[in-house]
Design a protein around this ligand. Structure first.
Ligand SMILES: N[C@@H](CCC(=O)N[C@@H](CS)C(=O)NCC(=O)O)C(=O)O
Length: 204
């Protein structure tokens, strides 16, 4: 199995963490959608990371679709996203908030990094960052410091997506999560030392 993408991408990291959590062996090619345009577009016509090349050559794209496959193939009776019911909806709600926060965070970053200086529209960046902050605050309200994980008393895709979104907000967007979301930050600090997270930390 070959994972295409760099782990500084929250979407790629989410897949890498999931593969490690399921103990699935894989190789990784550290390609970026911008620095390695041609190679990424050869794997995914949309030109985005991550892509996951399965052992039979089939290539999956989009972190949500990739994770759906990993849950089906490797989740057995305890998938990181529960198969049905209220538990599934609760995990998917947090995953949607956190992946949406990453989408908004990247929109702000793309405006800053891929737009001529005179065309940068700061109100748009501010609005994106406010949406990221609101989404993180909603998850902050769900963190119970007495529990090791967000939901179900075990690691789920809610924790994984909260981890990658909080990291993007703190390191990529300069949002002060220590001050603004201290319980969420404590959770991500604890997750960071668990193997699926520590073994996928990108170089700084
Ligand atoms: N919804 C997609 C988003 C993937 C995405 O936006 N990846 C970024 C890197 S963080 C990318 O490849 N951007 C390049 C581009 O959009 O051209 C997913 O969940 O995989």
């Amino acid at each position: 199995m070959l994972l295409i993408g760099v782990n500084r991408s929250p979407y790629t990291r989410r897949v890498a963490i999931t593969l490690k959590a399921y103990d699935v062996p894989f190789e990784q090619r550290d390609l970026s959608g911008f620095a390695n345009r041609a190679e990424v577009r050869a794997r995914n016509p949309l030109g985005r990371i991550p892509a996951l090349v399965l052992d039979d050559g089939e290539t999956l794209i989009d972190s949500g679709a990739i994770i759906d496959h990993l849950d089906e193939a490797h989740g057995r009776n305890r998938p990181l996203t529960p198969a049905s019911g209220t538990d599934r909806r609760a995990v998917l709600r947090i995953a949607a908030l956190m992946m949406g926060a990453c989408d908004k965070g990247l929109q702000a970053a793309y405006m800053r990094n891929h737009t001529p200086a005179e065309k940068i529209h700061q109100p748009w960046i501010d609005d994106c960052n406010a949406q990221v902050t609101n989404a993180l605050a909603a998850v902050e309200a769900l963190v119970d410091p007495a529990r090791p994980y967000l939901l179900l008393g075990r690691l789920t895709q809610a924790d994984i997506t909260a981890f990658v979104a909080e990291r993007l907000a703190r390191l990529g967007l300069g949002i002060d999560t220590e001050a603004g979301m201290p319980r969420l930050r404590a959770l991500t600090r604890k997750l960071a030392v668990e193997f699926p997270f520590s073994s996928t930390e990108p170089p700084t």
